[in-house]
Ligand binder design. Structure first.
Ligand code: ZN
Length: 271
């Protein structure tokens, strides 16, 4: 039991627990009385218990008690170790599996979410871009349309005041002003000081093509009480530049060819 000159830690512990045989305990006690080192060791091992162990007269354990105690410690230790091993194994196995699954699944879910969010954001951005393009186009169209609408409303409003400006002292004569965009086949005519027409008669506008083809009928109109009339965007073929415009008087249902005389005519500019 003696380790060299001093008492082994195991024996010191057993001594502190009063688990040594009387002979062993006596030897330890004798040594401790002389050895400060082992006392310090014992004090460290069992703290206050060491003081108790030193001060209290040790009595031998009842017959067999020490062995039972040692056996139980040994058995307990073994059982405890075995239990611990089993417990750890039992917990470790599912924990490992659980950890693998528990860690993998959230990451998979997170990855899927991230991908979904990213692709959604891209989709949203793309949609927003499209929407922005469309709405800006729509705004532009709306603005253009609104402007065109205002122009048309002013040109065609029955309440609009009209004047044909001429040199002084010249009596008001019938006049017409045509604006024509050949590319679009778009035409606006404004006429003033037109004579009233009898029932069953109408004014008819003609586009005289620059290429020498027959005059194209461009719409029927009758003047209001003041002699004013407008013809706005009549249906016309596109891409036919005009050499001139002319107005004739036709039957109410209109004509496909102009009937003389020509009431008003004018050469087109820019051809
Ligand atoms: Zn010693």
């Amino acid at each position: 039991m003696m380790q060299g000159e001093h008492i082994s830690q195991e024996d010191l512990a057993l001594y502190a627990m009063q688990a040594l045989s009387p002979e062993e305990a006596l030897a330890v006690r004798t040594h401790l009385a002389e050895c400060a080192l082992c006392r310090a060791e014992l004090a460290e091992l069992s703290g206050d218990l060491a003081l108790v162990a030193l001060s209290v007269e040790q009595h031998p354990m009842p017959e067999g008690a020490r062995q039972r105690f040692l056996n139980r410690v040994s058995a307990d230790s073994a059982a405890t170790t075995q239990q611990a091993v089993e417990l750890l194994a039992a917990q470790e196995a599912p924990r490992r599996a659980t950890r693998t699954t528990a860690i993998w699944l959230p990451w998979a879910a997170v990855a899927a979410l991230v991908i979904a969010v990213v692709s959604l954001n891209m989709k949203i951005a793309s949609l927003k871009e499209q929407l922005s393009e469309q709405s800006s186009t729509a705004l532009k169209l709306e603005a253009e349309s609104s402007h065109a609408q205002q122009v048309l409303e002013v040109l065609t409003a029955p309440k609009a005041q009209r004047a044909t400006l001429t040199a002084s002292k010249v009596p008001a004569v019938p006049t017409g002003r045509a604006v024509y965009l050949a590319d679009r086949g778009a035409l606006v005519l404004q006429a003033s000081n037109l004579e009233h027409l009898p029932e069953g008669k109408t004014y008819e506008l003609w586009v005289v093509p620059a290429n020498g083809a027959s005059p194209i009928p461009a719409g029927l109109f009758r003047p209001d009480a003041t002699g004013s009339a407008s013809l706005v965007l009549p249906p016309l073929p596109k891409g036919i530049p005009a050499k001139a415009f002319a107005i004739t008087i036709e039957r109410a249902e209109g004509s496909s060819v102009p009937t003389a005389p020509i009431i008003l005519s004018g050469a087109a500019t820019g051809v």
